[in-house]
Design a protein around this ligand. Structure first.
Ligand code: UDP
Length: 410
């Protein structure tokens, strides 16, 4: 199948951890890799944000990345990219007229908009993954939400115009039904985890205190790292390592890093909190394995790859019961759910878990089983291809698929 993957701000080629580089970049990279490995011809379209980037790159994983000229060729915050989506759509439409994909898979609302516009003239089926919804962001961030005014209305348009929506978790399905997307057009395909990289066996980074908690993510307030810092006050003999943000050398310039360090000072736990900055993929498994528990306490979380990475490493996860974390982390089996933004409740659950090594082991084993059996990228890739077929993707030269299985939610 010839697949056009559209990811306007999130290139699969960049390092993770910066403000606008996280789960979506990884999702697009891993999905493109696994689909290429399965014999599909994948091209990723992403915005050119550096004048020195070649127009096209062939990756070692086998997929191509096309750098689309839309807006200035330099980094622009994603919330300022909307005015350039017309140029983006025109570029991909021209490419698709010359080289028609069998299906387009767009990621994030602006890619969805560009894709439904560009695919309209050619009738190419569009599968869309929102990754995060403007309505949810507005609910939680309100005045701090820098998304363009048009976002929520445009997401409704994309929800209606795309042939199929690939939601990443069940919570998102309910949100989309509220947006007016018919349930029969929504499938659930989770994000995956690299089960060859994230394994229970292997090196573990050394720790300095009796217990170690690890939290990983982009350094943005909604990831709720401050909740974990506050909880630390009543968890003795325990250190907290937070990975994410710019690399260690540039952390001093990062406003959120400074805010977290000040919060740790005020809370009286600064000597037990370490901001590690951006941790490279290759170093992440050793960091996760060094944890007695991985803590994920965002205000909200559209999916959340970090819990899966921890589970695949055999580490129990203590997670806020929000969004995708209610699907991936099974309370009392692979970890513990806590209410969001409640340091007291988090501290109570963590103290109980840290005092119980047998329970930690049991959660770790169950988490690893769950990650490997349900969330490997191979499995996610196969589920995704089924969604492409349900959207009407017919590889050039193949017969049309049997009648669509309308109404089914994967
Ligand atoms: N990540 C990383 N190094 C860092 C910070 C984050 O490799 O220093 C990775 C993290 O392991 C995860 C991804 O970035 O795979 C973040 O995805 P997630 O779904 O947790 O959050 P998002 O960024 O999509 O909000």
């Amino acid at each position: 199948m010839r697949i056009g993957m559209v990811s306007e701000h999130a290139s699969p080629l960049v390092a993770l951890g910066d403000v606008d580089a996280g789960g979506q970049n990884l999702h697009v990279a891993e999905l493109s890799t696994v689909l290429s490995r399965a014999g599909h011809d994948v091209t990723v379209y992403t915005r050119r944000d550096d004048p020195d980037l070649p127009e096209e790159v062939r990756t070692d994983a086998g997929y191509r990345v096309v750098h689309v000229p839309a807006g200035p060729p330099r980094p622009v915050p994603k919330d300022q990219l909307f005015p350039h989506m017309g140029d983006f759509a025109r570029f991909i439409e021209q490419r698709w007229q010359a080289e028609r994909p069998d299906v387009v898979h767009s990621h994030f609302w602006m890619s969805g908009l560009a894709s439904v516009l560009a695919a309209r003239s050619t009738g190419i089926p569009v599968v869309h993954t929102f990754h995060t919804l403007g309505m949810v962001k507005r609910r939680h961030q309100d005045g701090a939400d820098t998304s363009p005014e048009e976002r929520i209305a445009m997401e409704r348009t994309v929800g209606k115009q795309a042939d199929r929506i690939a939601a990443t978790c069940s919570d998102e399905v309910f949100e989309q039904i509220r947006m007016g997307v018919p349930r029969s057009r929504i499938s659930v395909v989770p994000c995956g985890v690299d089960v060859d990289r994230f394994t229970p066996n292997g090196e573990a980074a050394p720790k300095e205190h009796k217990h170690r908690l690890v939290a990983v993510g982009r350094l943005v307030p909604r990831k709720g790292f401050d909740t974990a810092i506050s909880a630390l006050r009543s968890i003795p003999d325990t250190e907290l390592v937070i990975a994410g943000g710019p690399d260690e050398g540039r952390l001093g310039d990062d406003p959120e890093a400074n805010r977290l360090l000040e919060h740790a000072e005020r809370t009286g736990v600064a000597d037990r909190v370490l901001l590690a900055g951006q941790v490279l993929r290759k170093d992440l498994p050793a960091l996760l394995r060094s944890a007695d528990a991985v803590v994920c306490t965002p205000w909200y979380e559209p999916f959340g790859m970090v819990p899966l990475e921890a589970m695949a490493c055999g580490v129990p996860v203590v997670a806020a019961a929000v969004g995708g974390l209610t699907d991936t982390v099974v309370d009392g089996v692979t970890g513990v759910h806590v209410p969001a933004q409640r340091p007291d409740a988090l501290a109570t659950k963590l103290r109980g878990l840290l005092a119980d090594p047998a329970r930690r082991d049991a959660y770790g084993i169950a988490g690893c089983d769950r990650a490997r059996s349900r969330y490997s990228w191979d499995r996610v890739g196969m589920d995704t291809v089924q969604v492409y077929e349900r959207a009407g993707a017919v590889p050039a030269g193949a017969a049309a698929p049997a009648e669509e299985m309308a109404g089914e939610v994967l």
